[in-house]
Design a protein around this ligand. Structure first.
Ligand code: NAD
Length: 358
């Protein structure tokens, strides 16, 4: 049922990965291996102390720090960071933080060709993809360009310990959503399916342990490993309805990224199960339940994930426009998407209903 080993297209990205507790201390070595001499370190405001720690580890290789990264990569922050890059004459960017810091670094690379080293501190997975989402004139647009993918990634599970349990759950579900949609992706390959299954398995096994004890370094290691796998498949294959809905809700209604993924995933999975039941079999095997959607729903409930778009701040009167936008320029999806059904799905997600059958 999965992609035929006799018929697929696959390219390996040119990325070098260092993984392990304390791996951030290799940052100077990574700079040398990359042939870089001066780093601009970028982060969000909350991660300012970490940016300073990285600058300390880099010593003379640190050229400056910019801490203005923000969700959905606003162009204003990108232009400020480029200004800082020019002032410091840096020849690489070190991004430390979640998808927002890494998105900023990608947006800078897109405009300057200066390469990056990414040090992720959430499970979002942006570091492993050639995808750049950015907000220009209030509209979020996404592009794919191999040039923006970080050349080197440092995965250090110690950096995840400070991510609160509730954010770990939503960020974990964000990563899992990449894997779920990779299972039924039109351009899936045998390898993307293996990666997706292994990524889901890591979260199924270790995310409950993170919630029980956010300081549990072995659970952080396993979940971060899962995040790498899920991010890698996000970079390899096309995403479908779930990601389209989240891009509309985040981009137009400014809903928080990871939380929106957490609410939508069981509903989008329910929508696609009819046409993709066999592909979603690993989800059922890992999460149990009456259906793959029910398995994810029950898993998310047990970990205290948010359940409704209403709780995330979406107004009921926004549902019609959200439905319109979700079917405009729709992404490829394994099942035909109709406006009425999407309105029903969004209504259920807004109220926080259990995922229904489609
Ligand atoms: P984020 O980077 O905005 O981080 C969320 C919050 O968590 C921030 O306040 C941040 O400071 C804080 N935080 C991050 N790591 C922490 C840690 N270890 N301890 C304590 N606090 C921490 O959110 P995100 O969900 O990682 O990323 C969302 C952004 O990334 C969105 O703009 C989304 O579009 C983008 N994204 C892009 C891709 C891609 O492939 N292009 C993939 C996933 C996400």
């Amino acid at each position: 049922m999965n992609a035929s080993p006799a018929n697929f297209r696959f390219a390996l990205p040119e990325t070098s990965v260092v993984f392990g507790a304390g791996a951030r201390r290799c940052i100077a070595q990574e700079m040398e291996h990359g042939g870089f001499a001066r780093a601009l370190i970028v982060s969000g405001p909350v991660q300012g102390d970490l940016a300073v720690e990285i600058a300390g580890l880099l010593g003379p290789l640190a050229a400056g720090i910019y801490t203005g990264a923000a969700m959905h990569t606003p162009i204003s922050a990108t232009l400020e960071a480029i200004q800082r890059l020019l002032e410091t004459r840096a020849d690489c960017i070190v991004a430390i933080g979640g998808g927002s810091a890494i998105g900023l670094a990608k947006a800078v690379t897109y405009r300057t060709d200066i390469p990056q080293i990414a040090i992720p501190t959430t499970y979002a997975g942006s570091e492993a993809t050639p995808i750049l989402g950015q907000t220009i004139n209030g509209e979020k647009a996404t592009l794919k360009d191999r040039r923006v993918q970080p050349r080197r990634i440092i995965y250090d599970p110690e950096l995840l310990v400070s991510l609160p349990a509730n954010q770990s759950v939503t960020s974990g579900l964000n990563a899992m959503a990449h894997a779920v949609e990779a299972l039924y992706a039109r351009d899936r390959t045998p390898l993307s399916t293996l990666l997706a299954e292994a990524g889901l398995k890591a979260f199924a096994h270790a995310l409950p342990r993170v919630v029980a004890d956010p300081d549990d370094l072995s659970a952080r290691t396993e979940t971060l490993y899962g995040a790498w796998l899920c991010g890698t498949v996000l970079g390899q294959v096309g995403m479908a309805l779930h990601h389209k809905l989240c891009h509309v809700l985040g981009g137009t209604f400014n809903l928080p990224h990871a939380e929106t993924h957490a609410v939508i995933l069981p509903h989008a999975t329910a929508f696609n199960t009819g046409t993709s039941r066999d592909f979603l079999q690993p989800v059922g095997a890992l999460f149990g339940g009456k259906s793959p959607a029910d398995g994810i729903w029950t898993f998310a409930r047990a970990l205290g994930a948010p359940r409704s778009l209403r709780d995330l701040g979406l107004r009921e009167q926004d549902l019609e426009r959200a439905a319109d936008l979700s079917v405009a320029n729709a992404y490829w999806n394994p099942r035909e998407v109709t406006r009425d059904e999407i309105r029903t799905l969004l209504g259920a997600a807004w109220r926080g209903d259990e995922p229904g059958e489609f």
